[in-house]
Design a protein around this ligand. Sequence first.
Ligand code: ZN
Length: 262
Amino acid sequence: MPVVRDRALLLRRFPYGESSLVCHALSRTHGRVHLLAKGAYRPTSRFYAALDLFDTLELEWNATPGRELSLLAAGEIETRRARIASDLEAFRAGTTLLELAAFGAHEGHANPELFDLLATGLDALARGVPPAAALVEFELGLLHNLGLAPALAACASCGGAAPPLEPGPAARVAFSAGSGGRLCSACTSAARAAGRRVGTLPAAVLERADEILARRVSALALDSDELERVRDFVARFLEVHLESRPASYRRFLSAPNRNARP
Ligand SMILES: [Zn+2]
């Protein structure tokens, strides 16, 4: 059986049988893998306490094509991030990162950028970066990684230039999550005439999202109100494009839309 060795982050883990553990992991260069860690709950096991969520692991497994579970052969902690599990807000944010990363993690499909993005987000949480800032940067990075980044400068429908984002707290621009971003005035009129819903969003929120997406600005530079609004926009956009509401979004998105017209 071919033995594979790779760095990995656990996306989910659950007990299996009396003393074993099944881990869904995002490996850096082998995509998503499902691993069986036999006897992991026994204190004498070499995997005991070595397979925690949020840590970067160095794993070795026997890859058997066609098998649903690969057998974990060795596992070591490469980067420990114990601080995340000791802080409730950081823990919740960390769980959200794992759940969202799972949407982009596929078996047999390497996605090292996604792995690095997740490791960077978890590093931020372990350093004590405010969870909302770590989340916004990860969520925008994920959209980019999945090829779903919102069109913020061009019209999502015709590809022409969208009207410039005008500064000012009250300025709003046409935006269609379903179309993938902003719409120019001609496409807005055409969509509305065809009975499609085109909402509006504060220009300032989209400008901030654009700056973070392009890495011109760190989410840490935003005040808490801006951060909350950008997150609201990004979470709703992700929900449309993932075609499901991630379980960890339920609480955040149960609040009224923070970018609704006042
Ligand atoms: Zn257009």
